[in-house]
Design a protein around this ligand. Structure first.
Ligand SMILES: NC(=O)c1ccc[n+]([C@@H]2O[C@H](COP(=O)([O-])OP(=O)(O)OC[C@H]3O[C@@H](n4cnc5c(N)ncnc54)[C@H](O)[C@@H]3O)[C@@H](O)[C@H]2O)c1
Length: 375
């Protein structure tokens, strides 16, 4: 039985999943500075023995926990993850992984030194639509993938204040330049490129026209060149006045494409299934016409209790599995670092007229000399 402590109220997104695996995991502690959030957690979790803490160090020292789910504001992720690892706990951490490049190096070093599991909670990678596309990619339906696109358009301007005061999002999200929140867009797309990695990025923006005094660009387009030479484009836009479209994706291969439609109608694909190019005569078909190719576990209905078509269940399941087997999950600290570094390098690129910047090759055993930003 894996005993879990949560820090930050958003971590309650794991409650239903953990309740659906009662023999494997249990939430035994909850930490939040806000008394109201703690009371809410107690109601949600419904266990009279749940231990509540306002001070994070107290939870790490006193609670009976094997793992921590870090769900506090972004600027706390690295320090709280490292504190947990140093206390001998496994970590599943919310997005993004860090708010500076130095923090990424600290995090990687702490994970390597601790030998504990670190899982990056990029939940968009677990959405059924994304999982289905990934299976179709693996089976070759799209041929060789050479282009991907992801967009996170989510007008967050109302979240710039919190209980009438300037909130953390005014600083660490909408207060920074560039693609500060890229991984919901990058994660699902990068999973279609196997072991390829991002080697360079360049970011561009149309300027700053928001009436709220937020420092972030109206939106940022970031071009990511992969090691193979293939291309990924992402848009992070949390300011534009428009309806949300937080999980918009495109994949293009030599035999067809996928597009999650922005304006309704559902996700679509267009293929030359008989292997012959259709030469200008492609038509859309609903993606879910191919639902037989969903990963088997998504078809079982076992994860339905936790929402998002099983996605919220299987992200937790993979974390628990990683702890049980001692094998780092697919969404490990190196993926977290690569995808998060796009945000951090994007700040530099967009403030330097779209300058192309190299992305470090995040992997085990990097030397001190390799841990740098190359301008
Ligand atoms: N994966 C997703 O889909 C998704 C969605 C929303 C938010 N997020 C991420 O989740 C994180 C939290 O976002 P949110 O919307 O819940 O933020 P929020 O501001 O609504 O809540 C943060 C919570 O953390 C608590 N907190 C702050 N500092 C603390 C500390 N030192 N110790 C203990 N508790 C503390 C606050 O009291 C609050 O309850 C962010 O990193 C955000 O990027 C991810």
């Amino acid at each position: 039985m894996i005993k879990i402590g949560i820090v930050g109220a958003r971590g309650l997104s794991v409650v239903q999943a953990i309740k659906a695996m009662p023999d494997e995991a249990k939430i035994t502690a909850m930490c939040d500075l806000d008394e109201g959030a703690l009371q809410h957690a107690k109601d949600q979790i419904g266990d009279p023995d749940l231990k509540l803490y306002r001070i994070y160090d107290d939870m790490l020292e006193k609670a009976d926990i094997d793992a921590v789910v870090v769900s506090t504001p972004m600027q706390l992720h690295v320090t709280q993850s490292i504190a947990a690892l140093q206390a001998g706990k496994h970590v599943m951490c919310e997005v993004t992984a860090a708010v500076s490049m130095d923090e990424l190096w600290w995090l990687i070093e702490a994970v390597e030194k601790s030998g504990k599991i670190y899982m990056y909670a990029e939940n968009y990678c677990y959405m059924p639509e994304v999982q289905l596309v990934r299976q179709l990619v693996k089976k070759g339906f799209f041929g060789e993938i050479y282009y991907g696109e992801g967009e996170y358009t989510h007008d967050c301007t109302s979240l710039r204040t919190w209980h009438g005061k300037t909130g953390w999002r005014s600083y660490w999200q909408m207060g920074t330049r560039g693609s500060f929140y890229p991984t919901h867009s990058l994660g699902p797309v990068m999973q279609c490129f196997d072991d390829d990695r991002i080697v360079s990025i360049a970011s561009f923006s149309p300027g700053n026209h928001n009436p709220f005094g937020l420092r972030n660009d109206d939106l940022t387009q970031t071009m990511c060149q992969l090691e193979s030479g293939k291309l990924v484009k992402i848009r992070v836009d949390t300011i534009s006045p428009r309806p949300h479209a937080m999980a918009y994706y495109q994949i293009q291969g030599t035999k067809g494409c996928y597009e999650s439609q922005r304006l309704g109608g559902g996700p679509m694909i267009a293929l030359d299934e008989d292997g012959k190019p259709r030469e200008g005569c492609y038509t859309w078909k609903p993606l879910f016409d191919y639902k037989e190719y969903l990963p088997e576990r998504y078809k079982s209905g076992k994860g339905d209790a936790a929402g998002h078509g099983g996605g919220d269940y299987y992200i937790v399941k993979d974390f628990i599995e990683a702890i049980k087997t001692g094998v780092q999950p697919e969404l490990n600290v190196y993926k977290a670092a690569e995808w998060t570094s796009v945000a951090l390098l994007s700040q530099l690129s967009v403030t330097n007229n779209g300058r192309l910047l190299e992305v470090p090759n995040f992997r085990a055993g990097m030397s001190w000399a390799e841990k740098k930003i190359k301008i």
